[in-house]
Design a binder for this molecule. Structure first.
Ligand code: COA
Length: 247
């Protein structure tokens, strides 16, 4: 479900669940957490490169896990992953193609460099599911895009493409599907060759280690998210997604 590969100081993690459009299951979150933990502890790893094996980055959280999800406490694999991502000390580069929905987009706000194809489609359909933002996106997205644009994406849930993402500074460069892996790998190698103490210190300074407000926001969002998730309306909307092909 996730594939990892080490090469010259770079740990590449690729989401691999093509039949479900790379929806992130609880097991995938556990595997991501474990891969990131190893990368954090291993001095040989200087950079993490996050991508996917197919022309689809991720359709977001596995909605099946949202049915009767229960408490989003600090033992929950998704919650562990969110904090780990926000606190990760080494640079993370993302290579994004196709769909990037929900956490498929919000996770990118924690990456240091993001490369995307012209076919990418970002979407944060939280409100349509009866949910609210997560992963610190309610503070990180307005910082990047400004309040009204963030409301367009987080409140209306409108999808946006590579050009809008580039314009707001959410991605670094647009490329083709054929060139995506090579471009992201080249940037990862370039970062891995730089003095890692200097690179990590720079990340810390840029992120203000990370900003306490990001961590506080993740916690506040999770409390609201958990409450909304438990509501009948939200559970019904998720059930509607799974019954859409039969109804
Ligand atoms: N969670 C669980 N399963 C998902 C999923 C998700 N987030 N996204 C897609 N899938 C599953 C579908 O149920 C389907 O499974 P099936 O073949 O057993 O029926 C399979 O992945 C393929 O999806 P499908 O909808 O047939 O493909 P599509 O190309 O028509 O549409 C999406 C792709 C991603 C646009 C659509 O599946 C979708 O809107 N997914 C939900 C996105 C979402 O709301 N994410 C959560 C945000 S918080």
């Amino acid at each position: 479900m996730i594939l990892t590969e080490r090469n010259q100081g770079v740990l590449t993690i690729r989401l691999h669940r093509p039949d479900k459009k790379n929806a992130l299951s609880q097991q995938m979150y556990r595997d991501l957490v474990s891969a990131l933990q190893d990368a954090e502890a291993d001095d040989e790893i200087k950079v993490v490169l996050l991508g996917s094996t197919s022309e689809c980055f991720s359709s977001g959280n596995d909605l099946q896990n949202f049915l009767g999800a229960g408490e989003l406490n600090k033992q929950h694999p998704t919650v562990i992953f969110l904090y780990q991502l926000a606190r990760f000390s080494k640079p993370i580069i993302a290579a994004v193609d196709g769909l990037a929905i929900g956490i498929g987009t919000t996770a990118l706000l924690h990456c240091d460099l993001v490369y995307a194809t012209e076919k990418v489609r970002f979407q944060l359909p939280f409100t349509a599911l009866g949910l609210c933002p997560e992963a610190g996106s309610s503070v990180l997205l307005p910082q990047l895009a400004g309040y009204q644009r963030a409301a367009q994406y987080l409140m209306l849930g409108e999808a946006f493409g590579a050009n809008e993402a580039l314009q707001m500074g959410m991605i670094n460069q647009i490329t083709t599907t054929d060139n995506l892996q090579a471009l992201a790998a080249e940037k990862a190698q370039a970062l891995a060759k730089l003095p890692s103490a200097a690179v990590q210190q720079t990340k810390k300074l840029l992120r203000k280690q990370p900003e306490p407000i990001t961590l506080e926001t993740i916690a506040t969002e999770l409390a609201a998210f958990e409450q909304l998730l438990a509501s009948e309306d939200c559970q019904q909307r998720i059930n509607n997604f799974f019954s859409r092909k039969t109804s």
